[in-house]
Design a protein around this ligand. Sequence first.
Ligand code: TYD
Length: 208
Amino acid sequence: MKQGKFITLEGIDGAGKSTQLAWIVELLQRVGLQAVLTREPGGTAFGEKLRDLLLDGSFIIYPETEALLMFAARREHLGRVILPALAQGQWVISDRFTDASFAYQGGGRGLGSGELSILEQWVQGTLQPDLTLYFDVPVGVGRQRVSQGGNMDRFEQEQADFFQRVRDTYLGRAKQFPERIKLIDSSQSLAEVKAAVERTLQCVLIHG
Ligand code: TYD
């Protein structure tokens, strides 16, 4: 059976990923594809418990602890959800994946990319998403959208300089992996962002 495609969505908090997730599902449905929707950290019962801990603003933890728990959740997610679905020919759309660990724990918290690459290799081997949509917004725009949303989690409570480092790391990775990571300017109007997502997805659908 043909292996499904693995698509991930990335961006700083407030970049508008969630809105685009619904649009991607609709676009795939139009061509008869029903995708598995999932998220990180999370995606399994155990991973969702780790997510609760990781997003809980009442804890102060070491960056290493944060990174290890992200990858622990990812290991469960890959083994129990992502890989089985892909093997059955299903498409998987994940709201965040390993690029977020490089951006947040690497760029944001200052962990070395060498250590993160070791965890990446250990947990996922050579597996990479087929396509990553990186929704790019200036930090001020993301901050404003997040602050309108009510209660802020442990990451959302961080300062602008943290998100600037996260964004810079995402931009650096988009340059480093241009075949896989497609940058979408998410500060455009909603209609423009949707059109850009549609164009990008069509390339993958057509070129396989
Ligand atoms: P997010 O995906 O933004 O969900 P919501 O839209 O519900 O707030 O929240 C997940 C947070 O986890 C986000 O702030 C980024 C962070 N994160 C990491 O720091 N490293 C990772 O590897 C992943 C997957 C997420």
